[in-house]
Every structure is written in structure tokens, then in C-alpha cells.
Write a protein that binds this ligand. Structure first.
Ligand SMILES: [Zn+2]
Length: 107
């Protein structure tokens, strides 16, 4: 069988390893290279999101109006939710940035 392009091997744009075309992503990266970037983006996102939330928390502690601390629980819940979405957003953005920076797609 002279198979279609799906089974053909293509070099990964990043490491050059021959990889089945079906396993390459939109950037023609193999899953290993993609996994590395995802890992880096995930670490960066966790760290950045934590810093942002910590700063927001510090600002809140400094600027909060006088009053009972019962809002602390609400704040922690909101901060947790915000952290999650921020983390996801940063991860997504960092992934694109890291990938774009580490290689030059064929032009
Ligand atoms: Zn690769």
C-alpha cells in the first residue's frame, strides 16, 4: 500500500526527529518537544499566578476597610478561583510565547 500522508514520517520542526505526521501538532512539533514546552509553561503559570494573587492579597490586607475578618474566607475562595483561571490563562499564553521564542517556524 502506498499510504496517504497520514502515515508518512515528517521531521519535527524542533528536534528534527522523524515522526508520523498524525503525531505532529500545528507547528509540526513532535509530542516530546510539545510536552517540554507545556511543562515549562505550566511551571511559569503556577508561579506567576501565585505571585499575582499574593500581591493582590497583600494589597487587600493593606487597603482593606476596617471591619470584621469574616470576609477573609470569601476572599480566599475568590482568590482560589482567580488563581485557577489566571493559571490557565498564563499557561496558555506562556506556551505560545515559549514555543514562538524557542524556534523559528519555516518561513
Ligand atoms: Zn521534536
Amino acid at each position: 500500500m502506498n499510504g496517504g500522508s497520514r502515515d508518512a514520517l515528517h521531521p519535527c520542526m524542533k528536534c528534527g526527529r522523524e515522526t508520523p505526521a498524525a503525531a505532529l501538532d500545528g507547528w509540526k512539533w513532535c509530542s516530546d518537544c510539545r510536552g517540554l514546552v507545556v511543562q515549562r509553561a505550566t511551571h511559569l503559570a503556577r508561579w506567576l499566578a501565585a505571585v499575582v494573587i499574593s500581591l493582590a492579597f497583600a494589597a487587600w490586607v493593606l487597603l482593606r476597610p476596617e471591619g470584621p475578618d469574616r470576609f477573609l474566607m470569601v476572599y480566599i475562595l475568590v482568590a482560589g478561583t482567580a488563581w485557577f483561571f489566571l493559571y490557565k490563562l498564563i499557561q496558555r499564553v506562556a506556551f505560545e510565547i515559549i514555543r514562538g521564542r524557542k524556534s523559528t517556524p519555516a518561513s
